[in-house]
Design a protein around this ligand. Structure first.
Ligand SMILES: C[S@@+](CC[C@H](N)C(=O)[O-])C[C@H]1O[C@@H](n2cnc3c(N)ncnc32)[C@H](O)[C@@H]1O
Length: 305
């Protein structure tokens, strides 16, 4: 039996995944580091372009993402290597993950729109198959696109302002995030696999949304009482949906990048077991406390019923 069961453990997923028992995981739900240098908790690349890791004046003192994620002085050769570096990093944990999950198990990986294709290739090269790319549509999103005229004004280029009125430096508002949905291929028919492993079918009946069959566009926000512990935190209801769709009570859910413990909370709510890792000790402390308090409340509510 896995030593890590129903715990969150401080450490590198690349070290700990190989220590899990083979064929012991029924589902993986994880918000994987995005590989875009977004903050200390992301995969930080060996990059010689120091501007990439710096902050813009607008980001100083803000609690949101603290890194620019784009260079100030043009793209260097090392910037262009970031996607392949990210794929190589993913392979370090996707390869050992393969033997740990059961045949027919679902693996849901949240990724960044810019780098998720590299994560998908790493998963495929490790033996998994892609089932779908779900869309998590967020209720709102910060639109970070600086007015070009603000920059031109700072440069004293008043004569250009009319020409560039309305133009911005940045992207459209990021209203969705991809959730790459993989499965481990099975050696029998899907029905035989469902009967033997309890995995491979989807529980539509228990996951209707507004009394209708769910689609692959998932609209979930945070509940009004949901406290925020992590900059990249995901709503517990969204994680519950993914877990409840593909697993049964007592199944083991792995999140190797668990952050503030949201996947553990969702698993507890659904009477599933969980295993969580995070490389950042302070997130493990936050997750441990969050889980303890949640379990106490959960038990209190059960005894009141
Ligand atoms: C996107 S965040 C997850 C946030 C989480 N969804 C939540 O709701 O709190 C990714 C997490 O991966 C952790 N991380 C980064 N590299 C890691 C590694 N090699 N092994 C384990 N955890 C890692 C970071 O510390 C970070 O908390």
């Amino acid at each position: 039996m896995n030593n890590f069961l129903n715990q969150v453990t401080h450490g590198d997923a690349i070290t700990y995944i190989p220590q899990l028992d083979d064929d012991s995981i029924h589902c993986v739900v994880s918000d994987v580091p995005y590989g875009i240098n977004i903050d200390e908790w992301d995969v930080l690349h060996h990059n010689t372009n120091s501007a990439l890791l710096g902050q813009s004046p607008a980001q100083l003192g803000k609690s949101g993402f603290k890194r620019r994620g784009k260079p100030i002085r043009g793209w260097s050769a090392s910037d262009k290597n970031i996607p392949s570096e990210y794929q190589a990093w993913c392979l370090k944990w996707t390869v050992p993950l393969y033997t740990k999950v059961k045949e027919g198990a679902s693996i849901f990986l949240f990724g960044a729109r810019r780098t998720v294709h590299r994560l998908i290739v790493a998963m495929e090269d490790s033996g998994f198959l892609l089932k779908d790319i779900l869309v998590w549509e967020k209720p709102n999103a910060h639109h970070r696109a600086q007015r070009l005229n603000n920059v031109l004004e700072k440069r004293g280029m008043q004569s250009k302002l009319q020409e560039w009125e309305g133009w911005r430096l940045g992207n459209l508002a990021p209203r969705w995030e991809p959730i790459a949905w993989f499965f481990k291929p099975y050696t029998r028919t899907i029905t035989d696999n469902v009967l033997e492993n309890g995995l491979g079918a989807i529980n539509i009946g228990d996951n209707l949304i507004d009394s209708k069959n769910p689609s692959n566009i998932l609209r979930f926000g945070f509940s009004s009482h949901e406290q925020r512990f992590h900059e990249a935190q995901k709503p517990v209801k969204l994680l519950e949906f993914l877990i409840n769709l593909t697993t049964r009570p007592n199944h083991v859910i792995l999140d190797p990048f668990i952050g503030s413990g949201s996947t553990a909370i969702a698993s507890i709510n659904l009477n599933r077991q969980y295993i969580g890792f995070d490389i950042n000790e302070s997130y493990i402390a936050i997750a441990t406390k969050r889980i303890q308090m949640h379990v106490q409340t959960h038990q209190r509510q059960k005894t009141l019923l």
